[in-house]
Design a protein around this ligand. Structure first.
Ligand code: ZN
Ligand code: ZN
Ligand code: ZN
Length: 376
């Protein structure tokens, strides 16, 4: 793929194809259509992101029986039209004196079954249920979990660029001092570097030093980093609308022998799982392979989370690499492989790369060295 930045914007055809696919997949799943409130699914389907998330109902309705329609509050109509008329979506508005659920119900079949986006506020779902009690609503996670999982070339390009920016961030942070600084300070540097390298949003900057590293989602705190600490660095965000998410564990000065040992086990687990990725393999099999390496080395009970998650317009989305997950991998899927070992009260180690499934195997979107890096 030729590297061109900024990327060419998605076209009306791209969005029309996504909406058509959503409708088709919904029909295949036995649904009458899909309902999408503001959030990642609406952004993916239309590029539309209302300036403010409000309690007023905004809803995209996709169904073979109607033209794609965006129901919006009257005051949002100008922005909505500017965003979606060119991609073939009709706009219908409702005023503050009207019942938005009545307006929505005109497009829904009583007794029908509709997929509804996971980011829809519960208040809106309750409003729809109240208005059309015989209609069944199923969350996308349940009925269309793989809708966004296979990325097209434009998406893959953005994810590749976001991964490269995260790699550049790691390369720079590893040159900065750690000992004597608070986790917060290193986290602030990670956020600054992500932005410098092109991210428009920073979602998380985890700096887990010493015992804090044993808590996988510890963000950052006021602990002062000490010589001898293992430090888990896990950071990412969005760049041109697509996510990055990478983890490296560094050692401040000479590592403790057990840190070195555990790091090597996690490194082998990550590499072995990566090498097992290819089309047709179940997500759960990749999880099993990573888990087996760690269990065989005697640390199985300390690998306390799934092996990975998908990434796209959000930093956590399907497919999920959880034990027993039967979903087969397909070319174009993008997800993390991030095994870890967490020893309570002592330290944690995690290594995470985003990878994409190719026709024959996998390609990494993060490419910094996996060796245990000694920092100052
Ligand atoms: Zn996470
Ligand atoms: Zn991460
Ligand atoms: Zn992750």
């Amino acid at each position: 793929m030729a590297m061109r930045w900024p990327p060419t914007p998605f076209t009306a055809d791209d969005y029309a194809a996504r909406m058509a696919r959503a409708t088709r997949v919904a029909l295949d799943a036995g649904l009458d259509g899909v309902l999408v409130a503001p959030g990642p699914d609406l952004v993916w389907l239309t590029g539309y992101e209302p300036t403010a998330l409000t309690e007023r109902l905004t809803l995209l309705i996709l169904s073979p029986r109607v033209r794609p329609t965006l129901l919006v509050p009257t005051l949002e109509r100008p922005d909505a039209e500017a965003a979606v008329l060119t991609i073939g979506v009709g706009v219908v508005d409702w005023g503050d004196d009207a019942d938005p659920y009545r307006a929505a119900s005109a497009f829904l079949r009583p007794g029908g079954t509709f997929g509804i986006s996971d980011a829809t506020w519960a208040s809106h779902l309750l409003g729809l249920q109240d208005r059309l009690p015989s209609t069944v609503y199923l969350g996308f996670g349940e009925c269309l979990p793989m809708l966004r999982a296979v990325k097209d070339d434009g998406e893959l390009y953005r994810l590749t660029a976001a991964g490269a920016a995260a790699d550049a961030t790691y390369t720079e942070i590893a040159e900065l001092p750690f000992a004597g600084r608070r986790e917060y300070d290193v986290a602030a540097d990670l956020a600054r570097l992500l932005r410098e390298f092109g991210h428009d949003r920073v979602d998380f900057t985890i700096v887990g030093s010493g015992p804090n590293g044993a808590d996988p989602h510890h963000e950052a705190g006021d602990r002062v980093i000490e010589p001898g600490d293992a430090v888990v660095l896990d950071f990412g965000g969005l760049m041109h609308g697509y996510g990055s998410d990478t983890t490296r564990t560094v050692s401040v000065g000479e590592p403790d022998p057990e840190v070195r040992k555990v790091h090597e086990i996690v490194r082998v687990a990550q590499q072995t799982a990566f090498e097992a990725v290819r089309p047709g393999v179940a997500c759960g099999e990749i999880d099993r392979i990573a888990r087996a390496v760690i269990a065989d080395a005697g640390y199985g009970e300390w690998f306390i989370h799934r092996t990975g998650h998908g990434i796209g317009v959000t930093t956590h989305e399907p497919p999920y690499l959880t034990p027993g997950e039967p979903q087969p991998l397909r070319p174009g899927m993008c997800f993390s492989i991030e095994p870890g070992v967490y020893l309570p009260g002592r330290f944690g180690v995690r290594i995470e790369d985003i990878v994409t499934v190719t026709d024959r195997g996998a390609r990494r979107l993060n490419n910094t060295d996996h060796a245990l890096r000694v920092v100052g």
